[in-house]
Design a protein around this ligand. Structure first.
Ligand SMILES: CC(C)(COP(=O)(O)OP(=O)(O)OC[C@H]1O[C@@H](n2cnc3c(N)ncnc32)[C@H](O)[C@@H]1OP(=O)(O)O)[C@@H](O)C(=O)NCCC(=O)NCCS
Length: 176
């Protein structure tokens, strides 16, 4: 997706498009957040060049307005595939443990919902481990519902829930 993203969060983070020189940092974040099945650097690089992928990072907003100086540390990221007119699938969303419960994942999902609106996509789908309470609660806040179960979906044999946010929520909100 060529959407140009730059969204400041009140917590001092900025959500922006991922860049090639972010890949090492995101790959290391993956190994922390998904120790069982992390995406590799080459998988991430592939998504960076995938024209259907929205690939954004949330980083500490430490740069001056003229974008000089080092970039802030990456706290989280999101990859989703947007295939207008109907489909959006969340590929990955993660936030480093020390930055959790600050609204970063919610910020990433709001950006995704904005992109989906822009491209007139109403339905967003994903798979999540049945044991992943944090993620399931997060998605429920965004009006996702459990729509099915995929048995033995993950390499370690755990099942996945299919979750979907079907259609615009009636009041146009992105989070309950
Ligand atoms: C799931 C994850 C992305 C949430 O990131 P986060 O930045 O901490 O989430 P937010 O702070 O934006 O949380 C927004 C809301 O989601 C819900 N939520 C988030 N974490 C939760 C938890 N541990 N327990 C219960 N609810 C939780 C809450 O409703 C929260 O709102 P609140 O803090 O006002 O109560 C993060 O825990 C993570 O990276 N986990 C490992 C990777 C992962 O499992 N990704 C999802 C794969 S499907």
């Amino acid at each position: 997706m060529t959407d140009n993203v730059c969204v400041y969060l009140p917590s001092g983070f900025v959500i922006e498009n991922a860049a090639e020189d972010d890949l090492d940092e995101i790959a290391s974040l993956e190994t922390v957040c998904f120790p069982k099945e992390p995406w590799t650097r080459s998988m991430l690089a592939e998504e960076m060049h995938n024209s259907s992928a929205l690939f954004v990072v949330a980083r500490k907003a430490v740069r001056s307005a003229d974008e000089k100086g080092p970039k802030g540390q990456i706290a989280g990221y999101l990859v989703a595939w947007l295939i207008p007119p109907y489909e959006c699938q969340i590929g990955s969303i993660a936030v480093l443990p020390q930055f959790r419960r600050k609204g970063i994942a919610a910020g990433l999902l709001r950006v995704l919902c904005g992109s989906c609106s822009l491209h007139e996509i109403q339905d967003i789908e994903l798979e999540v481990r049945v044991s992943n309470t944090a993620a399931i609660e997060l998605y429920k806040r965004f009006f996702f519902e459990i729509t099915g179960v995929r048995k033995n979906y993950y390499q370690d044999g755990e099942d996945a829930y299919n979750m979907a946010r079907l259609g615009e929520d009636p009041e146009g909100r992105t989070m309950a």
